[in-house]
Write a protein that binds this ligand. Structure first.
Ligand SMILES: Cc1cc2nc3c(=O)[nH]c(=O)nc-3n(C[C@H](O)[C@H](O)[C@H](O)COP(=O)(O)OP(=O)(O)OC[C@H]3O[C@@H](n4cnc5c(N)ncnc54)[C@H](O)[C@@H]3O)c2cc1C
Length: 584
């Protein structure tokens, strides 16, 4: 049942209380309530999008980025001034609605590499996180569906590495882009630098290949539509929305190990506080910003920082909120000789309305696909002898993980500037996918309704800056290949005047923003790892009764967009929880 008012809850204790109906939280809620013996309460700060089918920014794949401006469905965060990128404050939205960030993200479906998960297993000492063991959980989450145009997809993906009966719908691009033949031709003309990869989701991400998205039948598939909605009528599942969890309360006797199985929550900052208990576990799935915030508010953190804010320390855990990693985004535009870019969609309201009408009637056309005609992407490694690594250890997880990603979009993309009134553009969004920089989430106040301080520390590690520059050079090299001859007119804007290292660095400082992939803020590690906040089985160290299941637990950021790795972690975590309580 769906509750909108905490006063209406009928029970004061459940087996499991899940904090956050986001990407991971809904997997946990859905899997645990498959067993009628488990009772589960999910508490979500945001609203439902089930009763209001009209949040187009959530449903229409092409216009997903509109969600960033919809205050009713986001945590409208910004970063601290970013010292390595001209002290700019960067918008840092998260989803605040059923489905969490899976309801507002850009739908790109990438799982990360074999090496990403094998490193996860190595540093936690739990082989269960290795690629081979987690792979069945990846498949369990997925149902690969036909693209909306039902074209023949042979040669565009590898069917054996996909799930076909899971809840999350995925698909291949369903609308051809004029860029497709050129990009694919580069893999023929320059295979040494830009090899073709049949499927970046096979465990080996390296190369150029077709994208996949979390959409099906022309519309977004989120953890809300895939996991939560089908489970909502189960009698053992209650979901409380519009309600913010404010802290976990220690219910142990004074000298005992802290037991944080009481959850406090409220409708808003001035309203009454309520509590509920979990007889088995509290599962924190509030995301990589809010999970550490909640732990700190509950007295789990660095004791001196906590006491400075007047918060009593329950567990001295200095690394809560540390180790924040994210992917820096740089959008590089070129003016092109083409009349088939998608720029007119954002310039011409009638064209946009027509495409929306087509989507509404038949769930087909350009709007049924992810934004920008992004039909292929490239995940590439820099050579081991590249001078960028001089004096540094390669931060990537291994040979199947990339250093850079090129994200070619068939229109002008910028998160700071509008599309110019004239001209045709393509954009190569570049990504430093195995960054070395690490930032923090910290409290500025003991008030749970005050936003935490978010510092992703973008490009603060010199290696990240060097790789970001190499990524721009690699995008230029891609466009200098024979298939793009006569197509590129010139680089646009500041890129036109950036060629030397110093100029490219200034360009990267001025333009870098985020891929919205915060993670690692309560990272998992083995029992002796003092920098780890949770154990390999994701239980909070130093306390009983709390498990963290969301993007916070990655020890290192995967070389991927994060939703698929989060689904994988959540599917395995649900299995671990079931095993832990079997027969109890
Ligand atoms: C704009 C954007 C674009 C992105 N694009 C992509 C992409 O194309 N592909 C991709 O793979 N990944 C993408 N990502 C990243 C990906 O969506 C996230 O990494 C992933 O969804 C995070 O899952 P999570 O479970 O950790 O957190 P979330 O899905 O964010 O869930 C956290 C939930 O907890 C709730 N919550 C938080 N605090 C509280 C509280 N105190 N009380 C109650 N509830 C609370 C939140 O409202 C939210 O519903 C994008 C993210 C964003 C924001």
């Amino acid at each position: 049942r769906l509750f909108t008012d905490p006063a209406h809850l009928l029970k004061s204790e459940y087996d499991f209380v899940v904090v956050g109906a986001g990407t991971a939280g809904n997997v946990i809620a859905s899997r645990l309530t498959e067993d009628p013996a488990n009772s589960v309460l999910v508490i979500e700060a945001g609203a439902t999008n089930f009763s209001n089918e009209d949040i187009l920014a959530i449903e229409v794949p092409f216009t997903a980025s509109n969600a960033l401006g919809n205050a009713s469905i986001i945590w409208n965060y910004v970063t601290q001034p970013q010292v390595a990128v001209d002290d700019r404050v960067i918008p840092y939205q998260r989803g605040r609605v059923l489905g969490g960030s899976s309801s507002i993200n850009f739908l790109v479906y990438t799982r990360g590499s074999r090496d990403d998960f094998d490193r996860f297993a190595r540093v936690t000492g739990d082989s269960g996180w290795s690629w081979d063991v987690i792979f069945p959980f990846i498949l369990k989450a997925e149902n690969l569906t036909d693209p909306v145009d039902h074209h023949n997809t042979t040669g565009q993906f590898n069917p054996v590495v996909h799930g076909h009966s899971g809840p999350v719908l995925t698909t291949l691009p369903g609308f051809p882009s004029a860029l497709d033949p050129r990009i694919l031709a580069v893999t023929q003309s320059n295979p040494a630098q830009f090899p073709f990869n049949l499927d970046a989701n096979s465990g080996n991400t390296i190369g150029v290949g077709w994208t996949q998205t979390t959409a099906g039948l022309g519309q977004r598939s989120s953890s809300a539509t895939a996991y939560l909605q089908p489970a909502l009528n189960r009698p053992n599942l209650d979901v409380l929305i519009n309600t913010q969890v404010t802290r976990l309360i220690n219910i142990a006797n004074k000298s005992a190990v802290p037991d944080l199985r009481e959850v406090e929550f409220a409708l808003n900052s001035t309203s009454k506080r309520f509590t509920v208990r979990a007889s088995k576990e509290v599962v924190l799935s509030a995301g990589a910003v809010n999970t550490p915030q909640l732990l700190l508010l509950s007295g789990v953190g660095n004791s001196s920082s906590l006491s400075a804010l007047g918060i009593h320390t329950v567990v001295n855990s200095p690394f809560v909120g540390q180790n924040l990693q994210d992917h820096p985004l740089l959008a590089n535009q070129w003016l092109v000789n083409s009349n088939t870019t998608l720029d007119d969609i954002s310039r011409n309201a009638t064209l946009s309305a027509d495409l929306l009408a087509q989507w509404e009637e038949t769930r087909t056309g350009q709007f049924a696909d992810g934004g920008g005609g992004l039909n292929q992407f490239a995940w590439l490694r820099l050579p081991a002898n590249s001078s960028v690594f001089d004096g540094f250890k390669d931060p990537s997880a291994g040979p199947t993980s990339a250093h850079i990603e090129l994200f070619p979009v068939n229109e002008f993309v910028s998160f700071s500037d509008p599309t110019p009134d004239t001209g045709s553009f393509i954009t190569f969004v570049t990504n430093t996918v195995s960054p070395a920089s690490r930032g923090t989430i910290s409290l500025v106040s003991a008030d749970p309704f005050t936003f935490p301080a978010i510092d992703p520390a973008f490009l603060t590690h010199p290696l990240d800056m060097a790789i970001a520059i190499e990524a721009v050079r690699t995008a230029s090299a891609f466009l200098a290949t024979p298939p793009f001859e006569g197509f590129i007119i010139e680089p646009f804007g500041a890129l036109a005047n950036a060629t030397t290292d110093a100029e490219l660095e200034a360009y990267a400082r001025a333009g870098t923003s985020t891929f919205w992939h915060p993670c690692c803020t309560t990272k998992a590690g083995n029992s002796s790892d003092k920098t780890a906040v949770v154990e390999a089985n994701l239980l909070l160290k130093g306390a009983t009764g709390v498990r963290v299941v969301d993007a916070s637990v990655f020890p290192f950021i995967p070389a991927a967009h994060l939703q698929a790795p989060v689904y994988a972690v959540a599917e395995r975590a649900a299995h671990l929880i079931q095993l832990a309580w079997a027969g109890k």
